[in-house]
Design a protein around this ligand. Structure first.
Ligand code: GLU
Length: 493
């Protein structure tokens, strides 16, 4: 953006009405990157004025989600700051004061219309096929009636008096100047009868008082952009820069929703996505930096962030690509020790750990499978045999290419050769087993198959000799003995 104001101050302003979704967090990432790119501040503000939709506890969950993905804020509800409080329900007086000011100046008015009247009005407009909306009944109320109404103490809201003619403009950094004809703009409510502000009013007051320089938010706020401009003009305030991100669509080009699977960021966490990958993915969703690179560190993303690279056109949420990226982070970016730390809770939850495993052993196990892990929980299925004895059936050990006698003989002989090794060395094991295959006149794959099943209980597993190395001499021989017994037991029976 050419004229970045100084200092750059951005904000994330979630409403505590549930979980943070992919779209909310992508917006927060853009806000955060913009602030960090310019060495400015990122503010967290809780927009809890829609009292009917509050979900208790969701502020904490949201903060936890933001921290998990790696966002930090310089001012916010729990740390305070020079422009607090950062929770809108604690700022009621501020909104009332500004709303009253606009009433006094004739730019807003009290409306006493009841919910019944508004419902009847709507029904009438619908039956006449007219556009629905407030008919400005109270705006043109006589002075006498107004005094009477005020004295009566009847519940009222404060509405903004939108000019009846002309148009209003809002500049969006990605889309240019947006024009709103006043005849299409309602006299919107600023202050509700419970004394709480509406989103549209509170957001303008707070962004101004908190000295927010750039408002990066979702595209759903474009349609009501006239309200932002009208309020700023009425209050004689300078507007921040607006950046409305792109819509996020599912591959079927419908708005990303529940039917496409998870949309809440915490669900992605549960599924085993690592925050570094999700951050990288979301930072690029709806942005175009380079055609030949997708993996960027957080520092690189901060350094290169540029609003001009964001697209206004819808971005497609490509889950397959996200999984690829996650696997890439697990396999190439995060250290083995780090990946191990993140896998351990899943192994533990699956009941695989006794607590006796050494750190080296855990890392050896993870090292063998991490190139096949796309999502962290997959590690359970891939490594369970390192933590509990496999119990393959005789049929599985024998497989399709050998007879039970042949399998038994192969396993027994392999066991003897391995037992005779001086050193538990992978290369040595491999060359002995290859020699054995030749002597038994078996293809290597045919010999290795029963050994693999004996050691892992699976037909597909990590490399046979790496597995032997990690299992160790004793356990390898024990498992071969047991598999041979299983096969001969079955054979005799
Ligand atoms: N409270 C709004 C939301 O949760 C914030 C929108 C904005 O950034 O202005 O979507």
């Amino acid at each position: 953006m050419a004229d970045a104001r100084s200092p750059v101050r951005t904000r994330m302003a979630p409403s505590p009405t549930g979980l943070l979704h992919i779209g909310n967090v992508r917006t927060a990432i853009f806000d955060w990157l913009l602030a960090r790119h310019h060495g400015g501040q990122f503010v967290l503000r809780v927009e809890d004025t829609d009292r009917a939709r509050l979900v208790p506890g969701s502020v904490e969950v949201m903060m936890d989600t933001l921290r998990w993905i790696g966002l930090d804020w310089d001012e916010g509800p729990e740390i305070g700051g020079p422009f607090g409080p950062y929770v809108q329900s604690e700022r009621k007086e501020i909104y009332i004061e500004h709303a009253e000011r606009l009433v006094v100046e004739g730019k807003a008015y009290r409306c006493y219309c009841t919910a019944e009247r508004l419902a009847a009005l709507r029904a009438e407009q619908e039956s006449n096929r007219q556009p629905t909306g407030y008919d400005r009944h109270c705006r043109f109320m006589g002075a006498e009636e107004r005094v009477e109404k005020e004295a009566s103490g009847e519940p009222s809201v404060i509405r903004f008096a939108v000019p009846l003619e002309g148009e209003t403009h809002l500049t969006d950094a990605l889309r240019g100047v947006l024009t709103y004809r006043h005849e299409t703009v309602q006299d919107f409510v600023m202050l509700k009868s419970d004394g709480f502000p509406t989103y549209h009013f509170a957001v303008v007051i707070d962004d101004h008082l908190m000295q927010i320089s750039h408002v990066v938010r979702g595209p759903e706020y474009i349609s009501t952009g006239a309200r932002d401009t009208l309020l700023h003009q009425a209050l004689d305030w300078q507007q921040p820069e607006y950046v409305h991100g792109s819509e996020i669509l599912a591959p079927d080009r419908k708005r990303l929703g529940k039917r496409h699977g998870a949309t809440a960021v915490l669900e992605f966490r549960e599924m085993g996505f690592v925050p570094e990958a999700l951050f990288n993915f979301l930072a690029l969703l709806g942005a175009a930096y380079s055609a030949d690179r997708e993996i960027y560190s957080r520092e690189e993303l901060v350094a290169m962030f540029d609003v001009d690279k964001l697209h206004p056109t819808p971005a497609i949420f490509d889950r397959t690509k996200l999984e690829w990226m996650n696997g890439h982070y697990i396999n190439h970016i995060l250290t083995l020790s780090d990946v191990t730390d993140r896998c351990v809770p899943y192994l533990d939850r699956a009941g695989l750990l006794s607590g006796e495993e050494s750190r080296d052993y855990l890392e050896d196990v993870i090292a063998l499978v991490k190139d096949r892990v796309k999502l962290l929980p997959e590690v359970v299925e891939l490594t369970d045999f390192f933590f509990r004895e496999p119990e393959p059936s005789a049929e599985l050990v024998v497989g399709k290419k050998l007879t039970p006698e042949g399998a038994h003989h192969a396993i027994q002989t392999a066991r003897k050769r391995l037992e005779a090794l001086d050193e538990w060395d992978e290369a040595m094991m491999e060359s002995r087993m290859r020699e054995l295959a030749e002597q038994l006149d078996l293809k290597v794959g045919v010999l290795f198959a029963p050994l693999r099943v004996a050691l892992t209980g699976k037909t597909v597993a990590p490399g046979l000799f790496e597995t032997m190395r990690v299992l160790g001499h004793e356990r390898t021989l024990e498992r071969l003995t047991r598999a041979a017994e299983t096969v001969s037991g079955a054979h005799v029976a």
